[in-house]
Design a protein around this ligand. Sequence first.
Ligand code: UGA
Length: 443
Amino acid sequence: MKVTIFGTGYVGLVTGACLAEMGNHVVCVDIDAGKVERLKRGEVPIYEPGLESIVQSNHASGRLDFTTEAAPAIAHGELIFIAVGTPPDEDGSADLQYVQKVAATIGRHLERYAVVVNKSTVPMGTADRVREAIAAELAARRATVEFDVVSNPEFLKEGAAVEDCLRPDRIVVGASSTRAVALLRKLYAPFNRNHDRMVVMDERSAELTKYAANAMLATKISFMNEIANIAERVGADVELVRQGIGSDPRIGYSFIYPGAGYGGSCFPKDVQALERTAHAHGYEARLLGAVEAVNRQQKGKLFELISRHFDGQLAGRTIALWGLAFKPNTDDMREASSRRLMEQLWEAGAKVRAFDPEARDEARRLYGERADLVLCEHAMDAVQGADVLAVVTEWKTFRSPDFAAIRAALAVPAIFDGRNLYDPAVVEEAGLAYYGIGRGRSL
Ligand code: UGA
């Protein structure tokens, strides 16, 4: 099928490459000419396992192209995806100006029936607003062209986005037109594998499904962080509690890992946006507010532990920090817990020696050259000459370090394990003090 995608960010690029991989002819549009040129050369601006190779191979085979020209791209697509950003505005609501601009552009150039597919995470009712924006442009040029707007939210996880896109566990389609549903069924047929994964519903339910999924996941994390905070006060180990409750299939083992808080471009933004939407409709979403508040507090947890260890005297100290990205397998530092920790440490007069397998360039871009941040090439370089070590992201390479070497390198042998990666007994046996999240001994 012929597909057009507006926006070559995370969602747009992964979706475009995966649809091309499935045999469709995909044109991706972006207003950033430099980015389009780089993509044409096969340079992928984000670190995402497997993405670069499918971008390159599908571009080479002619099934995936990139352009800044909206009009020919709109003429190309029988399905036109909107996958541009919806950043939070000042009050936390999703800012729809980019979605609206694309909708207007589609209205200005559309010449024949197409299905406009909303992939961006957008508040309930946006499909209607996109429909209105397109219709207004068509009316302005006195054109009568049929079109449908559907909501088809994505559920990609950074670091596993290609896999999630090629093998989705569900495909949510919000549509009110059978013609549009039929086209999406055709597009997604190869993704269905053994059974039909498409869940068809109305547009608003599809839009809310996206927020509900992220809010539920964020709730699980904040809930476990709250249990961790109780555990350390009552002398229990949250890791044992986690195993104890996860065995109940109604609760499940996944997404109940306590830690230094959730980050990324989705959870913080989407929980806030849902809360704002509820508020705008006269409902106070107290649970969502609490999920956010617990997370905000949790992001300060490592600093609190480190500061207490040094009796609040952090000036002149050097902290080794492993993990800058908001989670493993990405170089994304948006809302990362590492940022809050570094900023708090700097404010208290401490220096940071940081290592991350992928996010060092991103850290350089965000913070520039500064005397109190050294970005190290290897994990063990970060530890050399530092007082203590804080582990913020659960990269696999951090899972079984040489504790004896860490002990020898640190001036004050202590590990602050922000993701509960280590067995406290093993760390302590190596002669290091151990601080985890909710493990009975931190307070
Ligand atoms: C999230 C959702 O998982 C995707 O399903 C969704 O499509 C995506 O948002 C989106 O809206 O686009 P992502 O932001 O890539 O994906 O990251 P997650 O893997 O969900 O992790 C988010 C944060 O939660 C990370 O900081 C991670 O460290 C933290 N986390 C996760 C925990 O603290 N504990 C857990 O048990 C799991």
